[in-house]
Write a protein that binds this ligand. Structure first.
Ligand code: NAP
Length: 198
């Protein structure tokens, strides 16, 4: 298969590429890669698809949202999260439908905060929950047998040094373990599934 991986250079994305690259052709994209895209910029998503043509699968392992406590959060802070991880991934699907082959797939990323809140994580929780709701609903309407799933991991063991303090008592999961959920989504038969890891 020909697979577009957005966020291919990140902690999650690099593990996904490693898990898929021996059997598939990977098109690696991010803001700083040769195949550049910025999820926050709809025009850059359209431009990316024009450059790559048709793919069999689109995988997203990118997108962020600000960590800020609810009393200190502004509407603009929420909008930033909506425009990046939520809107960016929705645009990846909207503009990608015509660029994904029959019975191809989309795999989006959400995260444990959709089901387990942490301090200052309210915007991420909102965004991750919305990504998962989008996937469930979009699966019922995608044409030509195109599937869509989300991978929703707990904090990665590899990221504990950066984010561990935000996730007290959470069991971490390895990037290699998380990557297998992406493999299942891309090569399997599920649609509308939220693959919860940890
Ligand atoms: N790490 C964890 O513990 C964990 C757990 C659960 C969920 N997640 C979710 O998994 C996703 C990836 O996390 P990560 O830890 O792998 O992040 P990361 O290591 O910071 O990597 C992010 C990747 O996405 C690219 N990227 C960042 N912003 C982008 C944008 N606006 N448009 C296009 N590409 C962009 C980065 O490359 P460039 O800088 O070149 O753009 C990089 O390839 C995030 O949505 C995160 O919320 C992570």
């Amino acid at each position: 298969m020909k697979i577009l991986v957005v966020g291919a250079s990140g902690t999650v994305g690099a593990a996904v590429v490693k898990a898929l690259q021996s059997r598939h052709e990977i098109l690696a994209a991010s803001r700083s890669s040769q195949l550049s895209v910025d999820l926050r910029d709809e025009a850059s998503i359209r431009d990316l698809y024009e450059r790559i043509g048709i793919v069999d699968a689109v995988v997203c392992a990118a997108g962020g949202a600000p960590f800020i406590s609810l009393p200190n959060a502004s509407a603009a802070d929420f909008e930033a999260g909506f425009a990046d991880k939520l809107g960016g991934q929705i645009n990846l699907v909207l503009h990608g439908i015509e660029h994904v082959s029959d019975r191809g797939s989309f795999t989006l990323i959400s995260g444990v905060l959709a089901r387990e809140p942490v301090a200052t994580g309210v915007i991420s929780s909102t965004v991750n929950g919305a990504v998962e709701a989008f996937v469930s609903a979009a699966a019922t309407e995608l044409p030509r047998g195109i599937r869509i799933n989300a991978v929703s991991p707990s904090v990665l063991t590899e990221s504990l040094g950066d984010y561990g303090d935000y996730f007290p008592g959470f069991e971490s999961v390895s990037a290699a373990n998380v990557s297998q959920a992406f493999v299942k989504s891309v090569q399997g038969v599920h649609t509308g599934r939220i693959h919860r890891i940890g």
